[in-house]
Design a protein around this ligand. Structure first.
Ligand SMILES: *Cc1c(COP(=O)(O)O)cnc(C)c1O
Length: 449
């Protein structure tokens, strides 16, 4: 199957090219030409499948035969070797905890899968693949972890000196192996500009094969569809979704699926993946885009007009996005019709005060600790359930509360335990190469290393 560019001015390419290019030549994002339904026997077997098996089966349909089965199976087993628990929060809410991977955020799912898929594609090449990642913190550590020890690939992480948290810096600079941290004496924008310039520099292009691991790579989108199936299956096991299995078995749905999923959203990659899963037959009644004060998606659903805005800083900072990069993919899925999108999606926006109130209330009422991103998801779910109280909700918990320790502790007034693997980073020795924010310096370093 081929992948087309959302700008429609570059030719369609194979999966391999889409993964290695990242972005299409015309600046568009790659989309699959076809999204197939899961076969009906999959629904029968779903309750007996592990997470890795679900990933493999859904991946087989998504990748449509472009990857050998044994390769896909191996990538799924290696990428998803951590638990994905569904926890009860209250009588009408469960949280799907996506933060049990190595960097304690859901971006591990995408980064680990993409790294291994790229590794597969360059395995038999004689030239190493050089990946540059500019990061303001979290994306870099997920990428660094994802690529660690993948043969045939070396990674350079550019991060702004003095502008990431201590913990983030430790996560970026203590990997070793094929990962090198470059501490740039400048801002995140400088880091991004340096990486962009490197990708188009003729000398570097001649000397090395460069690859991009940016967030719009199609290889990051697909693995994010897997956990939605897992969530539905876990709900079924708890008796919350029996109707749903019997409906699928009889193939004659009589009423809409009562389960809805609230997705804390920024660049809307996670949400887009959920909507793709829905097109594949995922029995979810509706998705909710949960946004902080960066409300471009809620505004679009309200007005039908997409208006990017400068981003605003909030306590759920991984969602501080004013021009969501994956939005164009959502539009492609719904034929650029806001009405069609409204059929599957609602969207709500919340202030930091509302987010904090949700964290406090949920903690006081149930003992469950939400991180600020999951708390926005909770607010959006409750907003929807005010109107549709008979629904049953899943919120995606995208980060471990300990990653936002200060905000969380300050809000709930109780200490948050730091998981062991996070504490271990703080003990390690930082190793970074200090670079001025000049392209010449980066180029010289890349050529000599
Ligand atoms: C990246 C991120 C998000 C937003 O995900 P998108 O796919 O960009 O919408 C939400 N929560 C956390 C913790 C994140 O790191």
């Amino acid at each position: 199957m081929n992948y087309y560019s959302t700008n429609k001015k570059a030719p369609s390419v194979s999966l391999r090219e889409a993964v290695l290019n990242g972005l299409a030549q015309d600046g568009g994002l790659y989309m699959p030409e076809r999204i197939s339904q899961m076969p009906s026997d999959f629904f029968v077997r779903l309750p007996s499948l592990s997470f890795q098996e679900i990933a493999y089966e859904v991946g087989r349909v998504l990748f449509a035969g472009d990857l050998p089965d044994s390769t896909l199976d191996e990538i799924c087993r290696e990428s998803f070797d951590f638990p994905v628990p569904l926890k009860r929060v209250d009588a009408s809410t469960h949280a799907l905890e996506l933060f049990h991977g190595p960097t304690l955020a859901f971006k591990d799912f995408a980064a680990r899968f993409m790294a291994r898929l790229m590794g597969y594609y360059v395995r038999h090449d004689d030239r190493e693949l050089t990946i540059l990642v500019a990061t303001s913190g979290d994306t870099g550590s997920a990428a660094a972890h994802g690529f660690l020890n993948v043969p045939g690939i070396r990674v350079f992480i550019l991060y702004p000196s003095g502008r990431v948290s201590d913990l983030q810096e430790k996560q970026l600079t203590t990997m070793g192996g094929n990962i090198t941290a470059l501490e740039v004496q400048g801002s995140f924008d400088d880091c991004q500009a340096l990486a962009k310039q490197a990708f188009v520099d003729p000398d570097l292009k001649k000397k090395m094969r460069m690859g991009s691991a940016n967030s719009i790579n199609i290889a990051r989108l697909f693995p994010q569809t897997f956990y939605y199936w897992w969530a539905v299956e876990q709900m079924g096991k708890r008796g919350q979704a029996q109707i749903l299995h019997s409906q699928k078995l009889s193939q004659t749905p009589t009423e809409p699926d009562p389960i809805i999923v609230s997705v804390p959203s920024g660049n809307v990659g996670n949400l887009t993946a959920g909507l793709i899963a829905k097109q594949m037959g995922l029995p979810i009644g509706r998705f909710i885009a949960a946004c902080n004060e960066n409300n471009v998606i809620p505004e679009y659903l309200k007005t039908g007009i997409f208006t990017p805005k400068p981003s605003r800083a909030t306590i759920s900072n991984a969602m501080d996005v004013g021009n969501p990069s994956n939005f164009v993919r959502m539009q492609e899925l719904y034929g650029h019709s806001a009405d069609a999108m409204r059929h599957d999606l609602s969207a709500h926006s919340f202030t930091d005060d509302q987010t904090r109130a949700a964290m406090r209330d949920v903690y006081n009422d149930t003992g469950y600790i939400l991180d600020p991103h999951g708390a926005v998801g909770y607010c959006a779910l409750k907003e929807y359930q005010k109107q549709y109280p008979e629904t049953y909700g899943i919120i995606l918990e995208t980060a471990h509360p300990a990653k936002f320790k200060d905000v969380v502790e300050d809000t709930i007034g109780s200490p948050v335990d730091i998981p062991k693997r996070l504490a271990e980073y703080m003990m390690r020795e930082k190793q970074a190469v200090l670079l001025p924010a000049r392209f010449g310096a980066l180029k010289e370093f890349l050529i000599s290393s």
